[in-house]
Structure formats: C-alpha cells, structure tokens
Design a protein around this ligand. Structure first.
Ligand code: ADP
Ligand code: MG
Length: 143
C-alpha cells in the first residue's frame, strides 16, 4: 500500500489509524532518512494505541516503553546501533516475544535479526513534490 501525505498532521493521522489496528505481538519496522517523519508517525501510532504519554525519539535509550492500557508499545530507535549483537544485550528477543507491539525506527540497521513477519513502513521525500510531501509505503498486515 502506498499513501502520500502533505503535512506532519497527515502522517500523524496515518500512524494513528495503524496504531488503532495494532495487534499484540506485531512488529512494525520504520525506515526513512533523518527527518523523514518516523517519529511523527510513531507519535500518531502511539496515540492510536491509546497512549497518552508524550512519545519522543529515544535518543539515549535504544528502547522506550509506553503503557497503552491494553498493551504496551516498545519504541526502538536503533540509529546508534553499531552491531546487531548490541540488540541482544538489551534483550531484543524478549521484547519480540512480549504481548505488546514493537516499533523500530531505522530497522534497516538490524535487518539481519528482524523477525520474518514484520510490517514494513518506508517514508521517503520527493523534493519535486514539495517540502512537506512524503510517500509512505506499507507492506504486510498485522496477523
Ligand atoms: P525522523 O524520526 O524520521 O528522523 P521526525 O519525525 O523526527 O523524523 O521529523 C520529521 C520532520 O518533518 C518534522 O519536523 C515534521 O514537522 C516535518 N514534516 C514535514 N512534512 C511532513 C510530513 N508530511 N510527514 C511527517 N513529517 C513532516
Ligand atoms: Mg526519529
């Protein structure tokens, strides 16, 4: 599926819709350049899950945990990961097996250790279509 957004708000709303439909145990992989809108999408996604806490990019932490009432959101930003092995040190496998939703910004960095059935979301800019334009490709469905 390909969606085009023309503002931060529209990307937030797309995230919100997906967050509403998120199922326990699913893994969402978010990729795109710095400033593409991964965190904007994540904020919407978290709101859609019913999370009221403010979601920010986990700059110093690789993973941040949010209580969504029904289920938790585990928000990863693996930008600073130099070696996928570091993910095992923080207990990545345990997070994957939890009854919550994992969302991973910069998932391409840990591509080799991603589970098979994750939902892939790629955000790209196209300067010819304007400063606030984003193409958002979504592949895979929560099962
Ligand atoms: P990332 O997490 O991918 O590095 P952020 O979500 O932190 O990026 O930042 C995206 C930036 O782009 C924000 O400053 C936001 O206001 C801006 N922006 C402009 N247009 C859009 C859009 N269509 N969707 C998402 N963000 C947008
Ligand atoms: Mg970010």
């Amino acid at each position: 599926m390909i969606t085009e957004t023309f503002s931060e708000k529209e990307t937030f709303e797309l995230g919100y819709e997906l967050g509403k439909k998120a199922k326990a145990g699913s893994v969402y992989c978010l990729d795109g350049d710095l400033g593409a809108g991964k965190t904007v999408f994540t904020k919407g996604f978290a709101a859609g899950m019913g999370i009221t806490e403010d979601v920010s990019s986990p700059t110093f932490m690789i993973v941040q945990e949010y209580d969504g009432g029904e289920m938790n959101l585990y928000h990863f930003d693996v930008y600073r990961i130099a070696d996928p092995d570091e993910m095992f040190d923080i207990g990545f496998e345990e997070y994957l097996s939890k009854e919550g939703v994992c969302l991973i910004e910069w998932s391409c960095i840990i591509e080799d250790i991603l589970p098979e059935n994750c939902i892939k979301i790629r955000i790209t800019r196209d300067p010819s279509k304007g400063f606030d334009y984003r193409k958002i490709e979504i592949a895979g469905e929560p099962d």
